[in-house]
Structures are given as C-alpha cells and as structure tokens.
Design a protein around this ligand. Structure first.
Ligand SMILES: Cc1cc2nc3c(=O)[nH]c(=O)nc-3n(C[C@H](O)[C@H](O)[C@H](O)COP(=O)(O)OP(=O)(O)OC[C@H]3O[C@@H](n4cnc5c(N)ncnc54)[C@H](O)[C@@H]3O)c2cc1C
Length: 603
C-alpha cells in the first residue's frame, strides 16, 4: 500500500455544519485534540442556508412557552414515533444552547425590551424561533466558526471521507481524499463524530446544496451501524416552482409566519378547507383571526398556513392534482397582500425577510412586496438517519457518534421548522462531549491496511473504464426515479419499480467512466457520491415499503390512513451478510408517565 499522509486526532469530526462545529467545540473544550473534515470551505456548510430560525422555548415573546409545550409540539408534529428521550432532551436544553450562542457573540433580532426576538413557525404553539432576519444559519455558522477556530481545532477543508476505518467492531478513524489534488489521506482517531447533513440530492427538486449526498448515512451503514426511519423525507411545502432560475429554492416558513397566505387559482385560501382534527383547537377558523395571530395577538389561534409541513405539502399537491394550481404547477404564496393591512408593508417585508426579498428580486425578477410567488413542495430534510443513543449520540459501533441531520430520532415522522438548528446545538454538544469522553478512555486502534487498499482501488476504478457511462447521467436518472416513484405520494407498485431501477442504476454506476485525472475532477466526485446516493435511496425505498400506512411525511396512496400496528414502531435498516440490506420494525421505548402527562396537559 502506498504511504498515505496520516493525521492523528483524539476526536475526528466529519462535517463542519452546525452539528459538526458544535461537537468540535465541545470536544476541544475538554482538552482533547480535535480534527474537523469538510467537503467544502469552512463556513460553506449547508447550515449557512438556514433562514427562519432556531426553535427554543425562551418565552421571550410569549411567557406561556416552556420546554413542556415545546416537547408536546415536537411529539405531535412527529406523530408520536419520535424517540421521546431525544425530544425531551432537545426541548429542555435548546434554550441554554441559544443563550450560549448569544454569549459567544451571535447577533439576534431583538424585542423592544432587548431580549432575543422569536417568530411564529408551523406547528409551534407560541412564537419560538430565535432569528436574525432570515439569515439565521449564516449567523450561527459565523459564531461557531469564530469560537471554534480560537480553540485550536485542526480543520481539513475540501476533503471527502470515503470510508470509516474499523478495528473489530470499533471505529478507529476514516479514510478520504483531498478534493483539490485527489490525494488519499488517513485520519486516525480514538472517536469519530459523523455530522454530514442530509440526502436531498437523491431527488430532482430539492432545496439542498450539492453536499447533501447522504455520505454520513452511507458511511455508517457500510461500517455496520443502523439507520432509523429512512422513509420520512420532509418535502417543504414552499419551494419556488417558477421561474426555472429559482426552481426548488426554499421560501422560508417565516413568510407564512409573518402573514403570507397560500391561495389557489380561484383565489381561495384552501388551507382553511382541511384542518386536521388534532390541530383544530389550536388553529384559526377565519382569516381575521389568522392575521391577528401573525401580528402577535395572544388570544388568536395560528392560521392554517402554519400547520405542519407534511400536511401543507399534501394540501398543495391536492390543489394541483385537482386542477386548481398556478400556471407553472404550483400554488400562490403571497405576502404582498398585507399592504391591505398596514401602510408600510413593503418596508416591513424587506426588514423581516431581507434574503427572500433580495434573492427573488435578483435571481427571478420577482418583487415579493408586490406580487405572489408560485410555490410547490421541494425535498428539504430527512427525519431518518443514523440510529444513536439519545443521551450520548453513540451508535451501536463503539467510538462512532452522530449528530445533526445525519442522525435521527428526535423528529419522528415530521420535523417542525426551527427544530433542526436547535437539534444541531443540543446534540452536537452532546456528541462532542461523549466522543471526547470515549477518546480519553480508549487508545488508538489498529489501522487495517487491506481495507484501505480496497477502498482506494475501488475509488480509482472509474478511471480505467474509458468507454463507460457519464456518472452525471446516472445521478440524473436516480433523481428522476426517486422524484417520480418515491416522492410525496407513494404506492407499493411504484416503489417496487423504484427498487428494480435502483438495482440497475447500481450496475450502471459500477461501469461508469471518469475522464481526466484526480486533480479537482467534478466527474470523479460525482461518481464517488453516487455510491452513497444509491445506498440511501434503497434504504428510503425499503423503509417506505415496510411502513404500510400514512403518517407524517410518508403518504401511501395504497394505505391512506394511520395504522395501529405502526403507531409505536421505528423502521431499522442495516447491512446484512453478503451486502444485502436488511430491515425490521422495532418497538419504540415506552414513554414514562410524567411525559405522557406533559402531552395530555398540552393537547
Ligand atoms: C434553504 C434551507 C433553509 C433552512 N432553514 C432552516 C431554519 O430556519 N431552521 C432550521 O432549524 N432548519 C433549517 N433548515 C435545515 C437545516 O439547515 C439543516 O438541517 C442543518 O443545517 C443541517 O446541519 P448539519 O450540521 O447536520 O449539516 P450541514 O450543515 O449540511 O453540514 C454538513 C457538513 O458535512 C460535510 N460532509 C458531508 N459529507 C462529507 C464527507 N463525505 N466527508 C467530509 N465532509 C462531509 C459537509 O461538507 C458539511 O461541512 C434549512 C434547510 C435549508 C436547505
């Protein structure tokens, strides 16, 4: 085996988004040596795109808010298949993590008396999202990055990890390559934290960036960890559908929180037509009350546009299917209408939603203070991911931890907006803390040189196949398959068809050709990502087939209702013998009585 450059860190964190940075900060704070690897430049992780805010029950805008209401909202939003312990820890610790971010220098919008301002978001009973206009992710990354680099974390930018290294069952490092020059590197570590984000690039229409190719999910799966709830993909209801220059780009839920309304081509606010029973008591039944809620009237109930994302997405799909959609296959989202209610509406919109205003003005020549947007569901977030212990974030493999979007459990069948940024802070911290503890208690393991040689050989094989297919074409075909056959509305026959297509895409991917050399070669990067995308696409499809019911983000046309059999189980996927993907249903841990009471009291 060639003598690859080798780095040694007590804790290696893979991913420099909110979760990875928070984990790295926590680990280095207790005195262990930390390495941080990321595919792009530091500060460019996907977290930077987050807009609306961080959900935490600070109670600054409505003093009735507290961790119990946040917990109950999260469980209801997740349709009660969340790992209750994660939802509890998250609700209890999110407020402290936000205050800590503030102490580290994060700027937030403020209430009149100087507290962190909180805004309305779907599924949250009270205004709960701490924010900076609609650029919250940027501020979060900036703050964590500033704080982290001063703690002496070693950063390996523009590196992609291809494989986790094992000594027996234990994880002892990772193997990857430097994207610029294509050179392989070994990262020895006593503990590894996966914080690689999501999978949106498995679908054709997505709000996610190029980095979201499910790498952490696939790395964990290949190493022998379990994936949980992969069927639950969040299709955010309001991605732009027109013009093509902005297709898929997200319109933050903050637009609806600040008074934006959804209408069909008849001008009807169709969300009033379908309010689920378990949200009726909390939802306005007339437009006037909905507007008062957005203006901060504590006696008003929230408008139905702020129902959970799974439900709003399905209502939009229904309007489009039944012929009441907008000209380009969406519905209308309009914030400009508020000029009927306030004299300085344009200024208000520009102040509350500066990125939305500038982005769509510049990229699409749409002035959101004057006209409606055409929107439809876009693949946004995966609730499923690496199965971890709720307190320590460790997987079933000793030394392997996971946090952020690539880990799973807190959100159940549907994530409430804002609960991701708080998840990154709460569980990023915990992953860093427990990874550091593990590193202190264990020595470096032995590196398996044969395993490394195999990964390096496989990674270079595409260069030898000059007459094979272009990997972009295969990626494109996979995205179309997932979009058309495992999208918002699912059926058994279509998903079986998807599985067989994924199988043949795997054969095509194995024979793909990469031209040129290893120096910054996007074709090669695509071929390497493709392997992960194919693995997670199969996991999503198999889990969606196994859950024969509709719940949260999973809508099965052939099983349109919730089923008792699936009300207390998670789907678990793992790699079996001879590389075959295995799946089982696993009962959720029984929720303790004190939490059942919290849910009842906050129904
Ligand atoms: C447009 C948009 C707006 C959003 N707004 C909000 C919001 O307002 N509130 C909210 O709570 N959530 C929001 N979300 C969701 C939220 O932003 C994400 O879920 C969250 O940022 C994920 O953070 P992370 O730390 O898990 O991963 P990321 O921030 O995506 O970071 C992943 C990191 O892993 C690295 N990586 C990946 N694979 C590899 C590999 N193989 N080797 C090395 N490094 C690797 C990447 O380079 C990157 O550094 C939004 C999402 C989008 C798309």
């Amino acid at each position: 085996m060639p003598d690859y450059e080798t780095f040694e860190h007590d804790v290696l964190v893979i991913g420099a988004g909110g979760a990875g940075l928070r984990a790295a900060i926590e680990a280095s704070a207790v005195g262990v040596r930390v390495g941080l690897v990321c595919k792009s430049l530091l500060g460019k992780a996907h977290t930077v795109m987050a807009e609306g805010g961080i959900a935490a029950a600070l109670g600054n805008v409505d003093e009735r808010d507290n961790w119990k209401v946040h917990f109950a909202d999260t469980m209801r939003g997740g349709q009660y298949v969340n790992q209750w312990r994660m939802a509890e820890v998250h609700a209890k610790e999110a407020a402290d993590r936000v205050r800590e971010l503030e102490a580290w220098g994060a700027l937030f919008d403020r209430t009149k008396d100087g507290k962190i301002l909180q805004r309305n978001f779907g599924g949250h009973r009270y205004p709960r999202l701490a924010h900076v206009g609609d650029r919250t992710g940027l501020e979060m990354i900036r703050t964590l990055q500033d704080h982290g680099v001063h703690q002496g974390i070693d950063v390996h930018m523009e590196h992609t990890i291809l494989s986790l290294l094992k000594d027996g069952d234990r994880i002892v490092g990772a193997f990857g390559y430097e994207r610029e020059r294509g050179r392989f590197k070994i990262f020895r570590a006593k503990a590894v934290v996966l914080a690689t984000g999501g999978i949106g690039r498995a679908y054709k229409i997505t709000s996610n960036s190029w980095e979201y190719t499910g790498d952490g999910h696939a790395l964990a799966y290949e190493a022998g960890a379990e994936l949980i709830d992969m069927e639950f993909i969040q299709f955010h209801p309001t991605g732009m559908v027109w013009p093509p220059s902005v297709m898929g780009i997200l319109v933050t839920e903050g637009v609806r929180g600040d008074g934006g309304i959804l209408t069909n081509n008849k001008g009807r606010r169709f969300m009033f037509d379908d309010i689920p029973d378990n949200y009726k008591a909390q939802t306005a039944d007339n437009e006037e009350e909905g507007w008062r809620y957005c203006q901060g009237d504590k006696d008003a109930r929230r408008p139905p546009e702020l129902l959970t994302r799974d439900h709003v997405s399905r209502c939009i799909v229904r309007e489009i299917k039944e012929g009441r959609g907008s000209p380009h296959g969406g519905v209308f989202l309009d914030i400009s209408w508020i000029k009927q209610k306030m004299p300085n509406a344009a200024e208000y919109i520009k102040r509350k939603l500066p990125s939305m205003y500038h982005q769509f003005k510049q990229l699409a020549d749409i002035d959101i203070t004057e006209q409606a947007m055409e929107v439809g569901p876009t693949t946004h977030y995966i609730m499923g991911g690496v199965h971890v212990d709720p307190d320590t974030q460790m997987t079933r493999l000793p030394g392997l931890f996971a946090a952020g979007e690539c880990a799973a459990g807190i959100n159940g069948a549907n994530r409430l907006g804002g609960n991701s940024l708080s998840d990154l802070l709460v569980f990023g911290k915990r992953a860093g803390e427990f990874a550091a503890k593990f590193a202190k208690e264990n020595q470096y393991g032995t590196i398996d040189k044969h395993a490394i040689a195999t990964v390096a050989h496989d990674a270079l094989a595409w260069f030898e196949q000059s007459d094979g297919e272009n990997p972009y074409q295969i990626q494109n075909d996979l995205q179309e398959t997932m979009q058309d056959l495992v999208g918002i509305v699912r059926t058994e026959s279509e998903m079986r068809e998807a599985l067989s297509k994924i199988n043949s895409l795997k054969s095509r991917a194995a024979k793909a050709a990469v031209l040129g050399n290893r120096e910054y070669n996007p074709g090669w990067h695509t071929a390497l990502d493709l392997k992960n995308l194919l693995t997670i696409s199969e996991a999503i499809t198999r889990a969606a087939l196994e859950r024969k019911e509709s719940r949260g983000a999973q809508f099965r046309e052939d099983h349109p209702n919730k089923a008792d059999t699936f009300s207390k189980v998670n789907t678990i996927v793992w790699k079996g013998r001879e590389d075959s993907m295995q799946i089982r249903l696993e009962p959720l841990p029984e929720m303790p009585d004190y939490l059942k009471r919290v849910i009842e009291e906050n129904a």
